[in-house]
Design a protein around this ligand. Structure first.
Ligand SMILES: NC(=O)c1ccc[n+]([C@@H]2O[C@H](COP(=O)([O-])OP(=O)(O)OC[C@H]3O[C@@H](n4cnc5c(N)ncnc54)[C@H](OP(=O)(O)O)[C@@H]3O)[C@@H](O)[C@H]2O)c1
Length: 260
């Protein structure tokens, strides 16, 4: 087992959902945490909670991963006890809008590509350099089953997650000969704020996504991330795909009820 105690783990998009659950799980394992997101109030609340309940060191950075210069500045000016990042969890991401490609709002297209692809690249670039110098580290990208199969109304979101798959595989090749691990954790339907964000706050549409089925919860994905992160140093879990037992493909979801 790779012991997370006193390891430094940077989780992007930790204010909610999967990222927050990853931060809580990593803190429970004794890790030193760097967390970021755009909503500073939620970030500070999480940091204070992790510090008081888990007794871990936690550095919170209000950061929009879409801003390349802010990302570079934030990572190059980390306090010295947080500077050597052992594990990066590239989680910040979103779907924005839903519908046929030719009807999507161009702003939605931009925000998905800028966050899920370019933001992930900015953070990775800024963090991997130090890992290469130390010949040690682990990049864990949060992809999606939408990075393996497309579904209607989600061409651009799927394209960004296919890009995450390609970036993960390409980074693994680029880091050949180093001791740096590169993984992707690719969930199916997870009940978080994801659909609320996708449908711009329309809770009827968001709730319908999780109706009459049993989706994953954020803690299930965090559990998978912790599994990937804690394998012995010579083991690199390349891709971990997880879905609810009720989901058989991106489009096949059993909606016969919430019973198991
Ligand atoms: N839920 C699902 O069904 C599902 C399935 C497969 C994969 N995923 C992936 O899982 C990841 C997390 O999603 P989630 O389900 O946990 O959704 P969520 O509850 O909406 O959380 C998304 C997180 O990303 C952060 N974020 C978004 N844009 C950001 C930006 N520009 N800069 C920094 N942080 C940003 C948000 O923080 P702020 O708003 O505070 O910035 C928030 O903490 C995403 O990459 C998503 O694509 C989700």
């Amino acid at each position: 087992m790779y012991d997370l105690a006193d390891k430094t783990i940077f989780i992007t998009g930790a204010t909610a959902g999967i990222g927050r659950a990853c931060a809580q799980a990593a803190a429970a394992a004794g890790a030193r945490l760097i967390i970021c997101g755009r909503r500073s109030g939620m970030l500070v609340t999480l940091r204070d909670d992790l510090v008081s309940t888990r007794g871990v060191d936690c550095h919170a950075m209000t950061l929009d991963v879409r801003n390349a210069s802010d990302v570079a500045e934030a990572i190059s000016s980390l306090p010295s006890n947080f500077a050597n990042i052992d594990i990066l969890v590239n989680n910040a991401g979103l779907a924005s809008g839903y519908g046929p490609l030719h009807e999507l709002d161009p702003d939605d297209v931009e925000v998905m590509i800028d966050t899920n692809v370019k933001g992930l690249l900015y953070v990775t670039r800024a963090v991997v350099t130090g890992m290469v110098e130390r010949n040690s580290g682990h990049i864990i990208n949060i992809g999606s089953i939408a990075g393996h199969d497309v579904y209607p109304g989600a061409s651009v979101y799927c394209a960004t997650k296919f890009a995450v798959t390609a970036i993960t595989d390409g980074l693994k090749l680029d880091l050949h000969g180093t001791n740096i691990r590169v993984s992707t954790v690719d969930p199916g339907l997870v009940e978080t704020d994801f659909s609320k964000v996708r449908f711009h706050g329309d809770m009827d549409r968001a709730n319908a996504v999780y109706a009459k089925t049993v989706p994953l919860v954020a803690e299930d994905v965090a559990d998978a991330v912790l599994y990937v992160a804690t394998r012995p140093p010579h083991v690199d879990v390349r891709t971990l795909i997880l879905t609810s037992v009720k989901q058989s493909s991106v489009t096949m979801v059993d909606r016969s009820g919430r019973d198991l």
